[in-house]
Design a protein around this ligand. Sequence first.
Ligand SMILES: Cc1cc2nc3c(=O)[nH]c(=O)nc-3n(C[C@H](O)[C@H](O)[C@H](O)COP(=O)(O)OP(=O)(O)OC[C@H]3O[C@@H](n4cnc5c(N)ncnc54)[C@H](O)[C@@H]3O)c2cc1C
Ligand code: FES
Length: 349
Amino acid sequence: MKVELIGAGETVQVYESKSSSRLLYSGLKEGADVPYECATGTCGTCKVKRISGEFSWLWPEAPARALLKSADDFLLCQCAAVTDLKVEVRSKLKPIKEIAQRPQWLTSEINNSVTVAPGVMTFSVKLSQPISFLPGQFMVLEFAGVQGGRAWSMTNQAKLTDTLDFVIKKKPQGLLSDYLFEKENLIGLKANLFGPIGKAVYDGELDRDLVCIAGGTGMAGMMSILAAFIDGGAYRRNRADVFFGVRTPADLFFESELRQFVEQSDGALRVVVAFSDAPASAELIAKNPLLTFDQGFVHEVAMSEMEGQFTPKTRAYLAGPPPLVDGALRMLLLKARLPATEILYDKFG
Ligand SMILES: Cc1cc2nc3c(=O)[nH]c(=O)nc-3n(C[C@H](O)[C@H](O)[C@H](O)COP(=O)(O)OP(=O)(O)OC[C@H]3O[C@@H](n4cnc5c(N)ncnc54)[C@H](O)[C@@H]3O)c2cc1C
Ligand code: FES
């Protein structure tokens, strides 16, 4: 089916989409400038308006459907084309760019999984073929027996790799996280993945000082960004301040990995762990002289620690639950006066 996107300023892009395919994923595969954020039906960013043609809902209960105002409005990430479609996109469509790795469907198998904190596990998948991805990007993973895909950010980084690492949190009554956490052995479990996608990405060539603010598994993409910051040598000219929020010391994970990044950074990287519900124990502080511990909501800790230290070269990365990301966004825009283009974020609804 032919899909015609009509953007602001009379910009037009055309791509093909099969009747079984999500319109967002077909567009991304062909490099079209389709709007999106979560790619999984929760944020509403991919909302478009039908001008002509028919579409069908793949997940009619998608939470972001509640944001739609008319029967002609629909979500590109949750709908498929029934006939040729012409749709209106609110933004101006940017020219189709050639990128190193276009997103695609891949197959994979879990080859490693470890519980790293209560209700938090890391796991790795081996892909059927190597891919490249940018630090901060994510994949949508689907497992047989659980409907729909889930967006998870890679924690590793590499120019070309057939291994992707993830960290996931058990969400109360979360369908897929329940399924994975209740399984005795994940090794060999197959997953289909779509990606890599995501716009909160890090380009080590850019001359930017980084401020990373993450809550819980929002740290996933930050780990990939920090690995690139160290491995690519950007720490020799830029600095990074990382604020990682978890509830209590028992919920902390990636402790040794963060220590190692700080050790390798020649003083260019500071990691502050903020506990919202309990103070750091004397033992934890003694064990981690390279990490700083604080108490409070991570975005508030970040703003007080960073006061007077934002520069024209600052770029902020935010990830985690909406209250954290929204709170940090407000503070960075209004108090730190960072331009919106220098604040990149992933909200986990
Ligand atoms: C950009 C981004 C990056 C993320 N990175 C991480 C990460 O690194 N680690 C992590 O733990 N979490 C991450 N999340 C959150 C993650 O995608 C899941 O929401 C979370 O793992 C809970 O999944 P669940 O199945 O347990 O919960 P559920 O509440 O069952 O499902 C969560 C989401 O899955 C989708 N979904 C549910 N049912 C269906 C269906 N029938 N059809 C289609 N879609 C459906 C919806 O988007 C829903 O909001 C990220 C989210 C985003 C948007
Ligand atoms: S991108 Fe479709 S709802 Fe978020």
